[in-house]
Every structure is written in structure tokens, then in C-alpha cells.
Ligand binder design. Structure first.
Ligand SMILES: [Zn+2]
Ligand SMILES: [Zn+2]
Length: 340
């Protein structure tokens, strides 16, 4: 029992707030989408017998909801903004697993909520319905729209649902398109961040480290390590790596090179078209890319210049790189590396 609810109970005013806005998605009323007001209304949550809340919002919005939740109601938080560039997809698997477990294994009831109950929460519920029904993102959204017509997931989330379908309802960090998306999400976050307006380097690095840390954590299974890249085990077929021409140190694995589905035929594809390749951020770059908006990319081993980076992204007019759009941040000159 928390103090706030105790006060309400003593006064005897459990109530259904006018700001409550929620919709059962299924006929059995076990899965709901709602806004943040309903998440703070213990009376409503108790009446609906909610046993799991999935909160899709900034962290500072959850404290009171955690406090006010009914006894035995579990809580799962997804820290995400309602922005087309937010990587909500990174949270799909865990959320879908939890919802499925709650509804199927425990026979519970789930409330997924965000600010308005239109975009973030709807996207999470759509991901759940997709895997459950083996359907597309559009079909899942249509199912929700039938009972909650005002839903309005942002275009970036709709695209993430499409990619989730393509990955067969499990996040696949080795998927080319996902890797390009992850770099764009990171670039957007870093480039638009107030980070750059701050001139204190120590503070800069602390702020900067958060999106970067999250990025590397997410990609940890496959990001190249200079000594023993784990990529080989994951991709199986692709064993090639790019080495520094001067010192032979490993610069990148094949998987670290950004490609679109069109150009996904491995090493050599489009090699004649462009003298550059664009890669993901890698840990050996960190000393340079954390403290400047743009600069040289030096070999982490021998410090010879391999290329350059620009958080605003480079423009490359070749056909190969046009579809990569704004993920072209880290450029390596092919003349500086050897593929073997
Ligand atoms: Zn080198
Ligand atoms: Zn190019």
C-alpha cells in the first residue's frame, strides 16, 4: 500500500476518471490499449483486473504508475519517445514474450499504455498481434483500428512493424536493413542532441555515451571486436574481413558494411561504382567520434587515416549508396583497406 492510494481509500473515493481512455482489443477483454491517465487510476485497473502493465514512455512518467498499480500487477517499462526515429523495434521481442506469457500462460490481463494510447502502445500491441496471428503490420493495425479508430502510430513505427514482419517476428540484428536503421536512429539521436551545444568535454562524453552504450549493447552480438570478431559464428557463410592496409589490423567485418537489400550480394557488389564504403560505428572509432561532429577515422591500431566521419552524414551520389540515405556517417576509403 502506498501513501497516496491509502489516502484515497480512507476517503473512500475510488473513481473512474473522465480522462481515462482505454480500449479492449479482444472480445474477451484481456488485452487493452490505454493512455497515461488510466495507468494512474488504480480503481480502473482493479476493475479491469489488469495483472500486467506495459508502459511505453519516458522513465520519469512511470514512478507514480508503479506506485499506484494494483497489488500483484506486474510492470514492464519500455523507455521510448514517440518519434519516427525511435528504435521501438529493439523492444518488440521482450514485450511480445511478456504479453504472451501473461495472457496465455497465466491467464492474466494486460494494459499497454503510453501518453495518448495512439502510437507507441498501439505499435507494441500490433507487434504482439502480428506474431500471434502470423500477420503483417498493416493487418494488425487494422485489427486495432476497428475497435480504436483514432490510433495514429507514427510512420517510423509502421515501417518498423513492416521490418519485424520481414524478420519473421523476431529481431534479427544481423538483418541488413535493421543495421542500417539502427545507425540512422543513432545518428538522429546524436546529431539532433543538445549534446553538441555543450562545450564541456567531460559532460559531452557522459551525455554522448548513453545512446552509444545502448547502440553497442543492442548490437553486441555482432559488432566487430578487433581481436576475435564474433560475426563469423553468426553469419556462418561470410568470413571475410577488411584489414588496415598498413598494419593488417581488422577494421571491419563484412557485416559492418552498410548495405541495402538491393546491394546485399556481399563483397565486391558495386565495388566499381564507388571508392568508399560506409560502415557502422565500431568501438575502435570511439576516441574520435565521441568528441567531434566530424573528423578523420584513424586506424585504432596504427593511427593511419582510413577515412572520415560526419555525424551530419556524407552525401554520396553513386547508385550503391543512394538508398542508404542518412546512415552514411562513417566512411572508409577502399584504397586504405584490404579485404581477405
Ligand atoms: Zn592500421
Ligand atoms: Zn558511393
Amino acid at each position: 500500500m502506498n501513501s497516496r492510494w491509502t489516502r484515497w481509500s480512507v476517503l473512500g473515493i475510488p473513481y473512474e476518471s473522465a480522462d481515462n481512455d482505454y480500449t479492449p482489443i479482444d472480445a474477451e477483454k484481456t488485452l487493452f490499449v490505454g493512455n497515461k491517465e488510466v495507468a494512474h487510476n488504480r480503481y480502473t485497473l482493479q476493475t479491469l483486473a489488469i495483472t500486467l502493465m506495459v508502459a511505453v514512455c519516458a522513465k520519469d512518467m512511470t514512478a507514480l504508475a508503479v506506485d499506484l498499480r494494483p497489488d500483484n500487477c506486474r510492470f514492464h517499462h519500455i523507455d521510448a519517445e514517440d518519434s519516427p526515429h525511435e528504435d521501438l523495434m529493439a523492444h518488440f521481442d521482450r514485450a511480445v514474450d511478456l504479453i504472451d506469457e501473461e495472457l496465455v500462460d497465466r491467464g492474466g490481463r494486460v494494459m499497454v499504455w503510453c501518453g495518448a494510447g495512439w502510437s507507441r502502445s498501439v505499435t507494441i500491441v500490433a507487434a504482439y498481434l502480428m506474431r500471434r496471428d502470423r500477420c503483417t503490420g498493416d493487418e494488425a493495425l487494422e485489427l486495432i483500428r476497428r475497435v480504436r479508430p483514432k490510433i495514429n502510430p507514427n510512420a517510423g513505427f509502421v515501417a518498423q512493424l513492416r521490418l519485424y514482419h520481414e524478420m519473421n517476428y523476431r529481431l534479427d540484428v544481423t538483418h541488413r536493413e535493421y543495421r542500417v536503421f539502427a545507425v540512422i536512429a543513432l545518428r538522429r539521436r546524436v546529431w539532433t542532441d543538445k549534446y553538441w551545444s555543450d562545450t564541456r568535454v567531460g559532460a559531452l562524453q557522459r551525455q554522448f555515451s548513453e545512446p552509444m552504450r545502448r547502440y553497442f549493447h543492442k548490437m553486441a552480438k555482432s559488432v566487430a571486436k578487433r581481436e576475435s570478431p564474433p560475426v563469423v559464428a553468426i553469419t556462418g557463410a561470410k568470413t571475410g574481413r577488411y584489414h588496415c592496409r598498413d598494419c593488417d589490423g581488422v577494421v571491419a567485418d563484412e557485416l559492418n558494411v552498410l548495405r541495402t537489400a538491393d546491394a546485399d550480394s556481399g563483397h565486391g557488389s558495386g565495388a566499381e561504382e564507388c571508392d568508399k564504403m560506409f560502415v557502422e560505428p565500431m568501438e575502435w572509432m570511439l576516441p574520435s567520434i565521441c568528441v567531434q561532429k566530424k573528423g578523420d577515422l584513424l586506424c585504432g591500431n596504427c593511427s593511419v587515416p582510413l577515412g572520415a566521419f560526419k555525424w551530419k552524414a556524407f552525401k554520396c551520389d553513386c547508385l550503391l549508396h543512394q538508398p542508404l540515405q542518412d546512415s552514411t556517417v562513417f566512411k572508409i576509403m577502399k584504397t586504405q583497406v584490404v579485404y581477405k
